[in-house]
Ligand binder design. Structure first.
Ligand SMILES: Nc1ncnc2c1ncn2[C@@H]1O[C@H](COP(=O)(O)OP(=O)(O)OP(=O)(O)O)[C@@H](O)[C@H]1O
Ligand SMILES: [Mg+2]
Length: 213
């Protein structure tokens, strides 16, 4: 489904990724682990073209996708949920879901929001702002905003960080219902073991290189 081939990248003159290669098949859950600063978030940013690749290639469903804008990647089915600040603090949950799906035709957006409410249980929070949600509830909102696009491949940076047992269970259920049971794929960046029951491939990074699979 996605093939990342020999990616090198970094910030300014500082190289962070060194010849990183990774393959994600349909229905696969890839867990990307590695210490702080090992380049996990940087790799997701490169795949999503928020940071240019210095060299290397990225293929999705057989086509080269390097250099495509995030909006084009979303249209193809790739959705990225960053480690932090995915939502607008001054908008309600409902408005955040609307903004996330602003590129969709109105009737489709309405349907997608209804489905996301049903999947996530965010209905009770529709009028609240992220400031008035717990950390775990905010992660569920971030997931919901990604799910508006019905992703074929989700890139999710630390979905379980700061999330308690109850909301972890909700997130795991969401991964199962929206990704695993439907043969979609996900790259999860995570330090904790919460994703253990989900992943089909564990990939470890160190100093900007993949060191084990
Ligand atoms: N905008 C930036 N400018 C310069 N250096 C950066 C920038 N963003 C990240 N870095 C550096 O790139 C390296 C890799 O950072 P990255 O965020 O990819 O690590 P990570 O593996 O996601 O770590 P963590 O587990 O702490 O989230 C770090 O040394 C970091 O300081
Ligand atoms: Mg990170």
């Amino acid at each position: 489904m996605m093939e990342v081939k020999n990616i090198s990248s970094g910030y300014g003159k500082k190289q962070v990724l060194f010849d990183v290669s990774l393959q994600v098949d349909k229905g696969e859950v890839v867990l990307l682990t590695g210490g702080n600063g090992s380049g996990k978030s940087t790799l997701l940013k490169c795949i999503y073209n928020l940071l240019p690749c210095w060299s290397g290639e990225i293929f999705f469903e057989g086509e080269k996708v390097n250099g495509l804008k995030p909006s084009d990647l979303i249209r193809r089915g790739i959705v990225y949920i960053p480690q932090k600040d995915f939502y607008f603090e001054n908008l309600t949950v409902e408005e955040n879901l609307q903004i996330s799906g602003h590129s969709l035709p109105k009737p489709e957006l309405k349907e997608r929001i209804a489905e996301v409410y049903e999947l996530t249980g965010l209905t009770n929070f529709r009028k609240r702002k992220p400031f008035d949600l717990s950390g775990g509830e905010r992660k569920i909102l971030a997931f919901g905003m990604g799910l508006i696009h019905n992703p074929k491949l989700l890139l999710f940076d630390e979905p379980f960080a700061g999330v308690d047992a109850k909301n972890t269970a909700t997130l795991l259920k969401l991964f199962k219902e929206t990704i695993i049971n439907t043969e979609n794929s996900v790259i999860i960046v995570e330090h904790k073991d919460d994703a253990r029951q989900l992943f089909t491939q564990k990939t470890k990074m160190e100093l900007g290189k993949i060191i084990s699979k």
